[in-house]
Structures are given as C-alpha cells and as structure tokens.
Design a protein around this ligand. Sequence first.
Ligand SMILES: Nc1nc2c(c(=O)[nH]1)N[C@H]1C(S)=C(S)[C@@H](COP(=O)(O)O)O[C@H]1N2
Ligand SMILES: [Mo]
Length: 203
Amino acid sequence: MEPPGTPREETRLPPGQYIPRGRPVIHYGRVPAFRADTWDLRFFGAVAAGQDQRLTWPEFAALPRTTLLADFHCVTKFSIMGNEWSGVAASTLLAAVPPADDVRHVMLWGEYGYSANVRRADFDACLFALELDEKPISAERGSPVRAVIPHLYAWKSVKWVRAIEYLTEDRRGFWEERGYHNVADPWREQRYSYQEEPGEGPP
Ligand SMILES: Nc1nc2c(c(=O)[nH]1)N[C@H]1C(S)=C(S)[C@@H](COP(=O)(O)O)O[C@H]1N2
Ligand SMILES: [Mo]
C-alpha cells in the first residue's frame, strides 16, 4: 500500500503522454566524437563583457555540480520518468559568463548546428548534465554535456552542447523553425507552432 496522498505515476504524466518500454534514443543526424583537447563551450551574442568567451574542457569539468531528479517528455509522446541528472546549473554558467542586462532569450547550440531557443526564465532552470543515473552520459545521449530542461518538451534539451548564445530578441531554433511550438510546455500541450498565442513566439 502506498501512503495516502502519494501521487500515482499517471498524475505526473502530462496530457497525451505515455510511458514506453525501454528508453528511446532520439536525435537528428550523427553522433559526434568527443575530444577533450579541442572541446569548448562558447558564449556569444549579448555577453555582458562585450566579447565572446569560452570555457575549455578542464575549466568546464571543474565547475561545481548539482543533481536534479526529473521526468523527460518527448513531443512524440513518450515520457521517461524519474531521471537523475547531475551537472552544472545554468546559474553557475550565468555567474561565470554574465549576460547583458537586456538578455531575455537564450539559444542553446549543439554540435552540427542543432539549436533550441528558450526564454530566459526557462534557461535559468536548465542543467548542463554530465551524468545520468550516476553514470557519465553516453555518446548517443549527448556526451560529454547535454542540456536538460525537464519542464519543456525534450527537443529543447540539446545534446552535445557547444555554445550558448545570449539573445535580446527571440529567434527560432532548429525544430521551432520546422513547425514546433516556440515555448514547448508539455503541461499545456504546446506541441506545434500553429498553437502559439500572440507573444509566445518571435514575429
Ligand atoms: N543535439 C541534439 N540534441 C537533441 C536532439 C537532436 O536531434 N540533436 N533531439 C532532441 C529530442 S527531439 C529528444 S526527444 C531528446 C532525446 O534524448 P535521448 O536520446 O536521451 O532520449 O534529445 C533532444 N536533443
Ligand atoms: Mo523529441
């Protein structure tokens, strides 16, 4: 018996989602190779210092880490419940490389030009994960570092992250340009761009 008041699994499932067997791996294109000597995380756009910055692999790997327990909702309707991610919080990166005061949006860039745009408040909740369930993230799941924004559909959780672009005005990323919702809140089933209300996307 579960104690009274314990939420059942279904109550944590956003509308239209289901729990699959297994744990699908999904991405567009090839899995990139990681090379610690050439890897960097680049910051560009509206950086407060007025010029691009970069963190090398040893610099990034030395940043303090936190853990996040979260569900994962793909717009193709499967959800993976209870993932334990560990990595660097966005707040740590924002302190290391402050954005200009008028930054309201952020573009996350992965290898090979994959990108996803998020609002500043959503970026603030992002974890840059190096581990999943106490193991280093596998190559096909985004090693060495992937973004995790559990309260948005998973296409915003960019694997193989390589750059962060601070934006003063919103701009659509890879899937957002191809008909997917600019905001992507699974609890509101914001799947497609035709559902966008005024103000939810760039003009
Ligand atoms: N770089 C990159 N990140 C990506 C994608 C991609 O195509 N390229 N696909 C997204 C989508 S649609 C999903 S559902 C998740 C899948 O993560 P998983 O392979 O760990 O299940 O990664 C997201 N991040
Ligand atoms: Mo997805």
